[in-house]
Design a protein around this ligand. Structure first.
Ligand code: NAI
Length: 734
């Protein structure tokens, strides 16, 4: 589908020539009404003429497009936006492009050289954008482009004034992206490269001719289209190439110690470490940035700052003179866990199960004929090994539990968990790894019911600041993570956590105040208490259980995940799943932010879980049709989801009984088809026999007639059927 701008009103500043002219022509060609602004100045900002803008308007009109000219300077922001309102009644898109140069070596830069550049580029973009903002906000749509430059990003001799203004625009855009997000106003920044009168003074003529503005304009159009969800990005674009930029930060180094002054000498001595990009991070928000800075306060309090000696001995945590790996093989005292159905139900509620979903009742009601424990309840009896302080007394370690992060989790069940009884857990330090910035303790816990081994957990615990003792970095004992396949997920499930999710989950035994106490969370550098990693883990596991194992706990074998980022209670968790044989690869994102929170994970199912439980094994002709629909969804990228935005449930019957269920999810992620019923309520559900379904898609049976004759039953929004036609069209191939 082509990207069109019918009905959209676009203001391009400085559109009398160069890049701006190309944008104006391209927008007009795709249906937009364009305000062609240009002061008609020379490259240094001198002079004024209406000719430049008029010529572009004439060219657009000659091709049948809609455009008006405006000759004001961008410093008169209101007038430019008024021109759009007067001519076309609205303003949807602002491309801040007008620009001049006054290149001088820094010392020769006059006040005027400085001010003029700031006024046209930075202040001009501010004034035009501010004038458009409320219109965009009220109509809940806006797209803004800021034009930066490689000179701003990297610096360039003789362009101090210009570099400052150009990177100022990036700062402006970063904040507008945040303030505009909830009104569907997106702001992005480009650093273009193109031959124009601005660059002809610095580039050889054949390069000026080769680097055509038309190799930049399509990028600007895409960023300004309603389909584009990019916001707050920075891109370099030229010659038909486009790249995205982001910030990268070193792990850094704490350069002070508790109760001691910070000195320039320590900063000097740690300089290599401050600047070492090994294991660098890529912060994307001020919260993320601040969080790591503030967390240093508690790290220093717990004496994990670096030594102030001039050697580079990095860590205070391992007790001097002892080898932390001496603890490997150590068995911690056994712990017991006594429970009844109350704990099982509390856990199920803690990981988001709800009576809203009738399928969940088997985990929430002890009177249900299939009442059972969720498989991931298996982490609960074993966590006492950690909670009851076994780790804090390891020889060779001086562990401050506030510095302990839960890195990864593996759980394997040998049989379904009981719903009451007394279980014993035995924990062993399986290995200790040195990751430089911290140590990883692998804690293996076996949980027994009497003599019978019930489940195995491996906790991978990261102790911040305890690395650097010269230990190994990897272990064959660690249960490895596995990246998901390189294709769109086979199924995506979204579930919201409640504001009280962590308050509820902690009642299952993880009492760490980090998950409930705001001041404690602040000490750890978090804005608010965070959700337990094992709570998100529980959400993800039950999504898999529901989708690929019909909620049958006996089909569950094992699960592994890495905890990447915290989740805040109230956010929605989106589990993406890929089925490969008996393994379901998983990753989990926060839906609102897109942040990856669980990665490299998988759930292993027992082989027999292949078939949809409850469904007869007889082959259905519909299966082939659904397989083709699945391919079409995968091929369509995310287009279909945007167009359709609905979930369709299908019940295919044979001999009057439901013989197969499918969900066509064109609402979440980039769309998916999966076998089985949807976890929530589909927007519409169709019930039809296998034969009639195949006749309908082959065009032999008219769907309306099938509906009126009762062959096709529809529950929910009947009108959505029309949208479904998009994927059912061209039935010969189905
Ligand atoms: P250009 O000189 O061809 O176009 C700039 C236009 O802005 C001119 O038509 C000029 O009359 C107009 N203009 C100047 N001051 C104005 C004002 N106060 N109000 C309204 N219009 C005004 O230059 P080009 O190359 O097309 O540049 C477009 C933008 O891209 C500029 O912001 C420039 O700094 C930026 N840029 C361009 C690069 C390139 O390789 N061409 C590299 C990096 C950035």
């Amino acid at each position: 589908m082509s990207l069109l701008f019918d009905g959209r009103v676009v203001l391009v500043t400085g559109a009398g020539g160069g890049l701006g002219k190309e944008y104006a022509l391209a927008f007009a060609e795709r249906g937009a009404s364009v305000v062609v602004n240009d002061l008609g100045a020379d490259t240094k900002g001198g002079g004024k003429s209406s000719a430049a803008a008029d010529k572009v308007v004439e060219e657009i009109r000659a091709k049948g497009g809609k455009a008006v000219a405006n000759y004001d300077s961008v410093e008169e922001g209101e007038k430019l936006v008024q021109a759009a309102l007067d001519a076309f009644g609205r303003i949807d898109i602002v491309v801040n492009n007008a620009g001049i140069l006054r290149d001088r070596s820094f010392v020769r830069t006059s006040d005027l050289d400085w001010d003029l550049i700031q006024r046209v580029h930075l202040r001009g973009s501010f004034l035009v954008t501010r004038a458009a903002w409320n219109h965009m906000k009220n109509q809940k749509f806006g797209r803004i482009i800021m034009t930066a430059s490689a000179a701003g990003i990297y610096g360039n001799f003789g362009q101090a004034n210009y570099s400052a203004a150009k990177l100022g625009l990036l700062g402006l855009s970063n904040t507008l992206a945040i303030e505009g997000r909830k009104y569907n106003i997106h702001c992005n920044t480009i650093a273009p490269v193109a031959g124009s009168r601005l660059t002809e003074t610095v580039m050889p003529p054949d390069l000026v001719a080769a680097l055509k503005p038309e190799y930049v304009a399509p990028m600007v159009l895409w960023l300004c289209h309603e389909q584009c969800q990019e916001n707050g990005g920075l891109f370099e674009v030229g010659a038909g190439w486009i790249g995205k930029l982001r910030w990268e930060r070193t792990q850094g180094c704490i350069t002070r110690q508790k109760n001691q002054p910070m000195t320039p000498e320590v900063v000097r001595d740690q300089w290599d470490k401050v600047c070492d990009f090994t294991d660098s991070t890529k912060p994307t928000s001020i919260q993320e940035s601040l969080q790591s800075v503030v967390s240093v306060l508690s790290k220093v309090e717990s004496e994990q700052g670096v030594t102030t000696s001039s050697t580079s001995a990095p860590v205070a945590s391992p007790t001097p003179g002892t080898n932390p790996t001496a603890a490997v093989g150590l068995k911690l005292p056994p712990t017991t866990f006594t429970f009844s159905h109350t704990q099982c139900i509390l856990y199920a509620l803690g990981v988001g199960m709800s009576t809203k979903d009738p399928d969940h009742l088997r985990f929430l009601y002890e009177g249900h004929p299939d009442f059972g424990s969720l498989p991931t309840f298996g982490v609960i009896p074993s966590q006492a090994a950690m909670m009851e302080g076994g780790l804090s007394s390891l020889p060779g370690f001086n562990i401050d539990l506030t510095q302990v992060l839960h890195g990864e989790q593996y759980l394997e069940l040998y049989k379904p968990l009981p719903t009451s009884g007394q279980l014993t857990s035995k924990a062993t330090i399986a290995d200790i790894l040195d990751k430089g910035s911290g140590a990883i303790i692998l804690l293996d816990v076996k949980t027994y019911n009497g003599d019978e081994l019930l489940c195995f957990n491996q906790f991978s615990v990261f102790v911040v600041g305890a690395g650097g003792f010269g230990g190994k970095r990897t272990s064959e004992k660690a249960k490895p993570l596995v990246p998901p396949p390189q294709r769109a997920p086979d199924a995506v499930l979204v579930d919201s956590t409640t504001n009280d999710q962590a308050a509820l989950y902690r009642l299952s035994g993880d009492w760490n105040p980090l998950h409930i106490d705001p001041s404690f969370a602040a000490m750890g550098g978090f804005q608010a208490p965070i959700l337990h990693g094992l709570c998100s883990f529980g959400f993800a596991a039950r999504h898999v259980l529901k989708h690929f194992a019909g909620n049958d706990p006996s089909k569950f074998k094992a699960i592994k995940v890495r905890f990447v980022k915290p989740v805040m209670p109230g956010q929605s968790l989106q589990t993406e799943m890929w089925k490969e044989g008996s393994r379901v690869h998983i990753q989990c994102k926060v839906k609102e932010t897109g942040a990856l929170v669980l990665s490299g994970g998988y759930v292993d199912l027992h082989e027999t879980a292949e078939k949809s439980p409850g469904a007869p094994q007889a082959a259905l002709e519909s299966e082939l049709v659904f397989a083709e629909i699945s391919r079409r969804i995968q091929d369509s990228g995310s287009d279909l989801v945007k167009k359709v935005n609905a979930i369709f449930g299908w019940e295919i019957t044979k001999d009057g009984k439901t013989a197969g269920e499918w969900t066509i999810d064109l609402k979440n992620g980039s769309g998916a088809l999966h076998r089985g019923a949807y976890s929530g309520k589909p927007d519409v559900t169709y019930s039809v026999s296998d034969d009639d379904f195949v006749d309908i898609v082959r065009g032999k049976l008219n769907p309306q007639k099938a509906f009126f004759s009762g062959k096709l039953k529809i529950r929910g929004n009947v009108m959505l059927g029309q949208k479904l036609e998009i994927i059912l069209k061209d039935p010969a191939k189905l």
